[in-house]
Design a protein around this ligand. Structure first.
Ligand code: PMP
Length: 344
């Protein structure tokens, strides 16, 4: 791995952590708070959130098995994705490499940040080819984006190929594990001690059932976390989110139950899709959704929309012609979907 100083943008590297002015040492033991221009009424909403999310990170640390100093929190993992560009990629000079198809925000934020995005198609069966992916890099490649389980294909990328990329690349490898709670695959967040160039992402938006609170997590080497901290807006995680997330972590047996139910539903729904005459192929999934190749995805998508059922038409996505991405719902939602498809 290159030195972080070489990987980070020069202006970001040079920012002193004090410049963020989030800390006031005089506040630690204070009883009366006259330092932040808040008004003293309307408690508790009058106070700014904890900018370091200390309590939340301490609890997350236990649940996720990662030390608090290796955790960075974002307003959804989408915010972290954008911040990776702002920390590492010099606009109009640096580039990133990603697999295709994959989660669209990696490219969307590359475009916003004016960073070249190099997409390397996955191989047959949406498999990762480390050699082919690494071949797309050059001296200005700062980041390789991997997503496992991958969206929209649903499958986990092969661990050995991911490892080849981690070992063979001297920049940052982001492994987006947004859907990992649905998968038995090994978690790369547990490898951050071994590989200082990994950033593993996770979110409260999927298995944790809390997309509305906007809480994304990045697990990484402490030095990378420090760089992300330099760039973040001071109060990017509001108090309501921090509180709600703590409550979610206390009720994590709900998550285990939801995952069990969804995996069972997924298996039945996928089997039912295989029997539909309008479905040509169902791709294996390690997620709470699956990709299905249909006879005519565009018309089926339109038909479902008219019936008030929203699925995702992936037909315009590379390697996904005629594919729908179907999120697993409740038993009754799934059977309504199947009923509609049987009448198409
Ligand atoms: N990563 C992947 C692979 C996703 O599919 C999504 C959301 N669809 C996200 C990240 C964004 O998650 P968040 O809600 O935490 O921003």
């Amino acid at each position: 791995m290159k030195a972080l100083q070489e990987l980070a943008r020069k202006n970001i590297w040079q920012i002193s952590p004090d410049e963020t002015s989030l800390d006031n040492p005089g506040k630690d033991d204070a009883r009366i708070f006259l330092d932040a221009n808040e008004i003293p009424y309307n408690k508790p909403h009058n106070r700014y959130p904890d900018p370091w999310q200390t309590k939340l990170k301490a609890t997350l640390s236990q649940v996720k098995g990662v030390a608090p100093e290796n955790i960075f929190l974002g307003n959804g993992s989408d915010e972290v994705i954008d911040m990776v560009y702002r920390v590492f990629c010099e606009p109009r000079r640096d580039n990133v490499v990603a697999i295709a198809p994959t989660y669209g925000t990696y490219k969307a934020r590359a475009d916003v940040n004016d960073v070249e995005y190099r997409a390397v198609p996955l191989s047959e069966g949406f498999r990762l080819d480390a050699q082919k992916t690494l071949a797309a890099r050059d001296a200005n490649t700062k980041v390789i984006w991997l997503c496992s389980p991958n969206d929209p294909t649903g499958n986990s990328l092969q661990q050995t190929e991911i490892e080849k990329i981690i070992m063979g690349f001297d920049g940052i490898v982001v492994i987006d594990e947004a859907y990992s709670d649905f998968s038995p695959a090994k978690l790369f967040r547990s490898e951050i001690g071994k590989h200082p160039n990994i950033i593993a992402l996770n979110t409260m938006s999927k298995a944790w059932g809390r997309a509305d609170i906007r809480l994304g997590m990045a697990f990484a080497n402490e030095q990378i976390v420090k760089l992300l901290n330099k760039v973040k807006l001071p109060y990017n995680i509001n108090t309501l989110t921090q509180r709600h997330a703590l409550d979610a972590l206390e009720h994590r047996q709900d998550v285990e139950k939801w995952v069990r139910m969804l995996l069972q539903e997924r298996s039945q729904l996928m089997k039912a899709f295989e029997y539909l005459p309008i479905c040509e192929r169902v791709y294996p999934s390690d997620s709470n959704f699956f990709l299905a190749k249909m006879t005519d995805a565009r018309s089926i998508y339109k038909y479902l929309t008219e019936k008030g059922i929203a699925v995702r038409n992936e037909s315009d996505v590379e390697l996904c012609e005629n594919c729908l991405r179907v999120t697993v719902g409740t038993k009754s939602e799934n059977s309504e979907l199947l009923g509609a498809l049987r009448q198409f």
